[in-house]
Ligand binder design. Structure first.
Ligand SMILES: Cc1cc2nc3c(=O)[nH]c(=O)nc-3n(C[C@H](O)[C@H](O)[C@H](O)COP(=O)(O)OP(=O)(O)OC[C@H]3O[C@@H](n4cnc5c(N)ncnc54)[C@H](O)[C@@H]3O)c2cc1C
Ligand SMILES: NC(=O)c1ccc[n+]([C@@H]2O[C@H](COP(=O)([O-])OP(=O)(O)OC[C@H]3O[C@@H](n4cnc5c(N)ncnc54)[C@H](O)[C@@H]3O)[C@@H](O)[C@H]2O)c1
Length: 453
């Protein structure tokens, strides 16, 4: 065992949240050690948001080109995965090389340690043979891994997770996707648009089950139109692989495919972290925190491990709160009322705050306004590809919005206006007097507000 090195803060896990926290604390002059056993930047830049949104961009370009007939002449579309895989490898991930990110941290004065960190006691962390004592404390930002359900026969088969799907240099002829959440749906649409025969198997009654039922309906419609087979309310009971995959479902039917992508949710990486040495439960699903992201005395937790939403913007939001607390800077604590999210389908499905059902479960007088995008001027003008809707959810007693969904060609952008309304609790009477530019997609927000009933 080497000497104990005394530092101010040890950050465990340098994904989105940890990298932000370590960089900010180092810039503020603290002696910070950031530990990462894989790639600095974590899931988002290498196997998550960035490469998948490059894929979505490519799929959307194909879809838009296919809309030319009827709109602007003729088009012949020949999909080719080569440039997509090339962009993912060269532009998004630098061939899965994190040198730039490591340099960014050390350039701010932080110390980078590649290895797996284990907590050995209050303020104490071990990486290999080196022990660190952190006077100010620890930031835990170890993120999540793909959940692999205990389906008979699945273990031991060469199934894909999001990582394999992002790294794919060539596409399979057919793909079975277990799970119809954001990951399953986004990959399904992209791959289908490149000619892959995709089947989604979703155990619950609808895909995108965490979102509004109308979102599930739109997603099912567009995926089906793209050639995806969407199976809901069925689960896999058995998986076999003999070169191709065969999945047996609860209704007795089977589905075959060249590849199988498991996209059935994420689990926090907490098991082997040594949480028991600081009085935390190593078996917990998530680390619960107070509104300053404190999980225990001199222990902060940020990002996916807190269970407050697996989104990059949440990891950065929570890292900011933890950093301010460590530096004694004060400022607002965590407030999850206006949590935004966007599922990057075509149409994009943006959402903020509560769904209608969540609002009805907690509030006494809930009013809802809904407008199909095709009924708005811009939706009408747009024509092909105008699937979507705007839905607003109001707490009538307080006269404010508590949630909204914007599905459409610019759904991820439209939600910005409604996120402000929910976050700042803008009175609905004030929103009614707002002038919405014509003929934008977001002008439909005014129509949805008028439809509140
Ligand atoms: C396919 C996919 C698409 C996504 N798309 C979006 C999107 O469009 N928009 C969005 O907002 N979010 C998206 N997400 C979610 C987003 O990637 C995560 O919310 C984000 O990466 C969380 O950041 P984090 O820092 O909490 O964890 P992570 O990014 O998971 O980073 C945690 C890091 O900790 C390291 N680590 C773990 N244990 C240890 C240890 N003991 N010692 C050292 N290092 C350790 C890991 O190697 C990892 O690098 C997507 C996720 C996936 C999988
Ligand atoms: N655009 C984005 O912001 C974006 C994109 C991708 C992922 N993410 C984040 O990553 C997280 C994980 O995504 P995800 O799609 O893996 O998880 P998810 O929890 O959103 O969806 C998983 C789905 O799998 C289903 N399921 C679970 N077990 C099953 C089984 N055995 N058979 C069939 N279906 C089963 C669940 O009912 C659920 O609908 C999301 O919560 C999201 O926050 C965000």
């Amino acid at each position: 065992m080497g000497d104990v090195r005394n530092v101010d803060v040890v950050v465990i896990g340098l994904g989105v949240g940890g990298e932000e926290a370590a960089g900010r604390l180092a810039s503020a002059g603290l002696d910070v050690v950031g530990v990462e056993h894989n790639l600095v930047g974590g899931e988002c830049p290498y196997w998550g948001c960035i490469p998948t949104k490059m894929m979505v961009r490519a799929g959307s370009a194909l879809a838009e080109a296919r809309r030319i007939p009827g709109l602007a002449g003729a088009s012949t579309v020949e999909p080719d995965w080569t440039p997509v895989a090339g962009r993912v490898r060269d532009e998004a991930t630098d061939d899965w090389n994190d040198k730039a990110a490591v340099d960014r941290l050390t350039g701010k004065g932080g110390t980078f340690v590649r290895g797996r960190a284990t907590i050995t006691g209050p303020g104490r962390v071990r990486v290999g043979e080196q022990e660190y004592a952190a006077a100010r404390g620890l930031v835990l930002a170890t993120g999540t891994v793909a959940v692999i359900p205990p389906i008979d026969g699945l273990a031991g088969t060469p199934y894909w997770t999001n990582r394999d799907a992002v790294e794919a240099a060539t596409l399979p002829g057919s793909l079975i996707i277990l799970g119809g959440g954001a990951i399953g749906c986004e990959f399904a649409q992209v791959f289908a648009r490149f000619g892959v025969a995709v089947t989604i198997i979703e155990g619950s009654g609808r895909i995108l089950a965490m979102e509004e039922p109308e979102s599930s309906e739109v997603a099912t419609g567009v995926l089906t139109a793209d050639g995806v087979t969407v199976r809901t309310g069925v689960r896999a009971t058995h998986v076999s692989h003999d070169g191709a995959f065969t999945v047996t479902l609860t209704d007795g039917s089977t589905v075959t495919g060249d590849r199988l992508l498991v996209a059935t949710g994420r689990a926090a990486r907490l098991g082997d972290l040594g949480l028991e040495t600081i009085g935390l439960d190593p078996g917990a699903r998530f680390l619960s925190t107070d509104d300053r992201m404190r999980a225990a005395d001199r222990v902060w937790a940020v990002g996916d491990v807190t269970g407050n939403g697996n989104f990059t913007h949440m990891a950065m939001y929570e890292a900011d709160i933890a950093v301010r607390d460590i530096l004694g800077q004060g400022g607002p604590g965590a407030d999850y009322r206006a949590r935004p999210r966007v599922t990057f389908l075509d149409p994009e499905i943006g959402a903020v705050g509560l769904t209608e059902q969540q609002a009805r479960d907690t509030l006494t007088d809930v009013r809802v306004g809904h407008v199909p995008l095709s009924a708005t001027s811009r939706g009408f003008v747009h024509g092909p590809g105008n699937e979507g809707f705007i839905k607003v959810v109001a707490d009538h007693e307080r006269g404010v919005l508590v949630g909204a969904t914007t599905a459409g060609p610019a759904g991820g952008e439209m939600i910005g206006a409604l996120a402000v309304a929910v976050h700042a609790e803008v009175p609905i009477s004030t929103l009614h007097s707002q002038i919405w530019a014509y003929p934008t997609f977001h002008r439909g927000i005014g129509d949805a507000l008028k439809a509140l009933a």
